[in-house]
Design a protein. Structure first.
Length: 404
């Protein structure tokens, strides 16, 4: 790691040009640079404004339901016979996952900038729903770009977005999936940035998005650090979180980077690393996607390969640049977990703890199930249970061959 690149923001950055080591930056058309500069200035002012923080904290408490508790999974721990397993219960948030934390921060930023309209893109629809939720709460209009194929596959979330008053625009270009929706959202923003705010849903995109999403999601790790100290008298030995673009993971990890707590990010190995998967950090190469440089799934010609995972929230063909830098520095370990192991973990948690997790954190849980028995009984694992499984019961039923 190049020490000179480190800033007060964190051990790997970003620097003033938005680089975490070699990753990140602003790879957008010249026409978008004024909008990027306006956003950067607004965020820098907001993050030092006590009134902004007061309102952010207020909404997280009374609208989202924070703080989410940390919970000792006693029966799972007994079953695994090794390290104590604790969960950060972010699945208890309003709308059922961590995405709302970021959307609250960004809608306050949009309002502060005087914007009247929200642009978002979504793959599975989870970020689209969270964006439509906060747009409704603040009375802004909301346009969500979604690949036409995803619109067909994710009908319940499309309906939710419409109920919340958003317009869903199906994208017919290319593979009609997330990467095509990303392009159209950026194109819309380039044409409308005077009155529109682009709400990015993960710790990726051009600078300053990876930074601001991390800052808003860091509420997860900041709460967890204080809660674990209060409950157990010390910090955990290991943090585990699932990685799509990397927002819930960086939100948990970042407030612990100044400690010696070990961290593992779990990405989706889908059907296997030699078949269809979403393991950008394990199998990707440096490339440019969504306005920044990071590990990207691409073929020999540099074309983006569509990601696959049984969990729709993990099938993003890139990963946030801070994770790329943390991987190269060795500070965080990243491992792939496939569909079948995630499904087994999903079923085990339902039976042992009475918690139906989303399929995304079920990937993280599969790693916990693997590693906890190899650790000592006085060691502590804290996993981010970043979403609830209500949205996934149809997928799971199909996987199990059950007709509902
Ligand atoms: C969207 C989503 C993810 C993946 O996104 P990150 O930015 O990597 O956190 C993970 N879990 C759940 C429940 C999600 O909805």
């Amino acid at each position: 790691m190049d020490k000179a690149l480190a800033t007060a923001d964190g051990p790997v950055g970003p620097n003033a040009r938005g680089y975490f080591g070699e990753y990140g930056g602003m790879f957008v058309p010249e026409t978008l640079m004024p909008a990027i500069h306006e956003l950067t200035a607004a965020f820098e002012a907001a993050r030092h404004d006590p009134e902004f923080k007061r309102e952010f904290d207020y909404l997280l408490k009374y609208y989202v339901g924070r703080p989410s508790p940390v919970y000792f999974a006693e029966r799972l721990t007994q079953h695994l016979g090794g390290a104590q397993v604790w969960f950060k219960r972010d699945e208890l948030n309003h709308t059922g996952a961590h995405k709302i934390n970021n959307c609250i921060g960004q809608i306050l930023l949009a309002r502060r900038m005087g914007k009247k309209r929200i642009i978002a893109e979504t793959g599975a629809g989870q970020h689209g729903v969270a964006s439509a939720t906060v747009a409704a709460r603040f009375g802004l209009t909301c346009t969500v770009y979604m690949g036409a194929l995803d619109v067909e596959r994710q009908a319940p979330n499309v309906f939710r977005m419409k109920l919340l008053g958003a317009e869903v625009r199906p994208v017919e270009a290319g593979s009609r999936s997330l990467k095509d929706a990303l392009n159209d959202a950026l194109r819309d923003w380039a044409a409308t940035s005077d009155d529109s705010y682009y709400m990015v849903g993960t710790a990726a995109g051009p600078h300053p998005y990876p930074l601001l999403v991390r800052e808003f999601q860091s509420v997860i790790g900041t709460e967890a650090r204080a809660q674990m100290l209060a409950e157990t008298g010390r910090l955990p030995d290991l943090l585990v979180a699932a990685i799509g673009g990397g927002s819930n993971a960086i939100g948990l990890f970042h407030p612990f980077l100044d400690t010696d707590v070990a961290m593992t990010g779990v990405e989706a190995a889908g059907e296997g690393l030699d078949k269809r998967h979403a393991a950008s950090l394990t199998r990707g190469r440096m490339g440019i996607l969504h306005g920044s440089k990071s590990y990207v799934l691409q073929d020999g010609d540099g074309q983006i390969i569509e990601a696959h995972s049984i969990s729709a929230g993990l099938d993003y063909p890139g990963v946030g640049p801070e994770h790329a830098a943390l991987k190269d520095s060795g500070r965080v370990k990243y491992i792939p977990v496939g569909d079948d192991a995630a499904m087994d973990a999903f079923k085990l948690l339902a039976k042992l703890e009475g918690i139906i997790p989303a399929l995304e954190p079920a990937h993280a849980l599969a790693h916990v199930i693997d590693i906890a028995p190899k650790m000592k009984k006085d060691q502590i694992i804290l996993m981010n249970l970043c979403g609830r499984g209500d949205k996934d019961v149809f997928t799971v039923a199909r996987h199990l061959g059950v007709t509902l």
